[in-house]
Design a protein around this ligand. Structure first.
Ligand SMILES: *Cc1c(COP(=O)(O)O)cnc(C)c1O
Length: 362
C-alpha cells in the first residue's frame, strides 16, 4: 500500500511516532492473540490490565517517580482538569496561586472563578501579549497549590526552569510539553496533560498526583469528579478510553526503548528547536514572536512580513507536504509544533522550505 503521509506540524491533535502507528495497525485486528481488537477487549480483561499497568510503569520509570505519586487517566481533556483542581483542593475557603501566561492559563483561572473559589493571580505576562514567562514571582505561603502552564502552546513560550514557590506544591498543565525533558518532581504536587499533543490521541488526560494532594480531596464530590476515585480504582472506576490508554502505552515504550529516555529526548528537542530558531534569527524575513529567553522547544511561533505572505506560506508549505503551520486562530501568524514525535530530518526539511520560500518571496 502506497502511503501518502505529510510532515505534520499540527499543534494538537498532533503527529505520533510512525512506529507507534505501525504497531497499532499491525495489531489492530488481533490484539496479542486475543482474536479481538484492543477496541473490542474488555477493560476488565488481563489484556487491558497489562496495557494500563505497563503504561503506568513506563511513565514512572521515565519520570523517575517514587511511590508518593499515582499515575491516573481521566477523560475530559486538560480542560476538565481546570475545573477539577479547584473542586478537589479549594474547599473551606482555601486559596490557590495562579500564574497567567496565556490562553490556557486564563481558562484554568476562569474555572476557579466560576466556582467562586479563592485564588490570586500572582504574575501575568498579559501586558506584553503573553510573549514571555514572568520572573521573580512571590507566591503566597497559604496557597494550597501554585498553578502554572509549563508550555504555552498558542503563544510559543515555555518555562525554561521552574519557579521557587517557597514550598507550595506546584501544579502544572503540561499538555504540550510533558515528557519533552526530565523533570524534578520534588516541586510538583500534581501535573496533568491532555494526551493529544505529546503522548497519544485525544480523549484522555494523564494526571500524576502526589499522596498528600490526594489526602485533601473531600468525599462529598461526585465520584467521577474526584481524584481519589481514579486513584483507588487504577483509573477503571468506569470504562476508560482503552484505545487511548493503549496508544499512550506505546508512546511510553517508544520513549524508553527507541529514544532511550528523557535525557535523550531533551537533547533531540534542543537540537530540533535550535535548527528552527537559529534559522529564524538569521533571517530578516521571519520574525519569532516569543521573547528569546522564554522560547518554547515545542511550539515555534513566527511572523512573516505580511498576512498575505503568511497565507501563501501556509498554502505553499501544504503543497510541499508540510502541514499544520498556521498559527492559532486567536493570534494569527505561523506556528510549527515540533513535539517529541517530530524528527530532526522533518525539521531540517521545514527549514529548507522556509529558505526557498524566503528566496522566492522575500
Ligand atoms: C491543548 C491544551 C489544552 C486543552 O486541552 P483539551 O484536552 O482540549 O482540554 C490545555 N492546556 C494546554 C497547555 C494545551 O496545549
Amino acid at each position: 500500500m502506497q502511503l501518502n503521509r505529510i510532515l505534520n506540524f499540527n499543534a494538537g491533535p498532533a503527529a505520533l511516532p510512525l512506529i507507534v502507528l505501525e504497531e497499532i495497525r499491525d495489531s489492530f485486528l488481533d490484539f496479542k492473540g486475543s482474536g479481538m481488537s484492543i477496541t473490542e477487549v474488555s477493560h476488565r480483561s488481563k489484556w487491558f490490565d497489562d496495557v494500563i499497568n505497563d503504561a503506568i510503569e513506563r511513565t514512572k520509570r521515565l519520570l523517575q517517580l517514587d511511590d508518593k505519586f499515582k499515575v491516573l487517566f481521566i477523560q475530559g481533556g486538560a480542560s476538565m482538569q481546570f475545573a477539577m483542581m479547584p473542586m478537589n483542593f479549594l474547599h473551606n475557603g482555601k486559596t490557590a496561586d495562579y500564574v497567567n501566561t496565556g490562553t490556557w492559563s486564563t481558562k484554568a483561572i476562569k474555572e476557579a472563578e466560576i466556582q467562586g473559589k479563592n485564588f490570586n493571580v500572582v504574575a501575568s505576562s498579559e501586558d506584553s501579549n503573553f510573549s514571555y514567562i514572568p520572573k521573580n514571582i512571590n507566591f503566597n505561603k497559604d496557597a494550597v497549590y501554585a498553578h502554572i502552564t509549563s508550555n504555552n502552546t498558542i503563544k510559543g513560550t515555555q518555562w525554561a526552569s521552574f519557579p521557587d514557590t517557597g514550598g507550595v506544591p506546584m501544579i502544572a498543565d503540561m499538555s504540550s510539553d510533558i515528557m519533552c525533558r526530565p523533570l524534578d518532581m520534588d516541586k510538583f504536587g500534581m501535573i496533568y496533560a491532555g494526551a493529544q499533543k505529546n503522548i497519544g490521541p485525544a480523549g484522555i488526560c494523564m494526571v500524576i498526583i502526589r499522596d498528600d494532594m490526594l489526602g485533601q480531596v473531600p468525599d462529598t464530590l461526585p465520584s467521577m469528579l474526584k481524584y481519589t476515585t481514579y486513584a483507588s480504582k487504577n483509573s477503571m472506576y468506569n470504562t476508560p478510553p482503552c484505545f487511548a490508554v493503549y496508544t499512550v502505552q506505546l508512546v511510553m515504550k517508544w520513549l524508553e526503548e527507541t529514544i532511550g529516555g528523557l535525557d535523550k529526548m531533551a537533547e533531540l528537542n534542543d537540537e530540533k528547536a535550535g535548527l528552527l530558531y537559529d534559522f529564524i534569527d538569521s533571517s530578516d524575513f521571519y520574525n519569532g514572536t516569543a521573547a528569546t529567553d522564554s522560547r518554547s522547544l515545542m511550539n515555534v511561533t513566527f511572523r512573516l512580513p505580511s498576512e498575505d505572505l503568511e497565507k501563501k506560506f501556509v498554502g505553499d508549505a501544504m503543497e510541499n507536504k508540510l502541514g499544520g503551520l498556521k498559527g492559532h486562530r486567536s493570534v494569527g501568524g505561523c506556528r510549527a509544533s515540533i513535539y517529541n514525535a517530530a524528527t530532526k530530518e522533518g525539521v531540517a526539511t521545514l527549514v529548507d522550505f522556509m529558505k526557498t520560500f524566503e528566496k522566492e518571496n522575500g
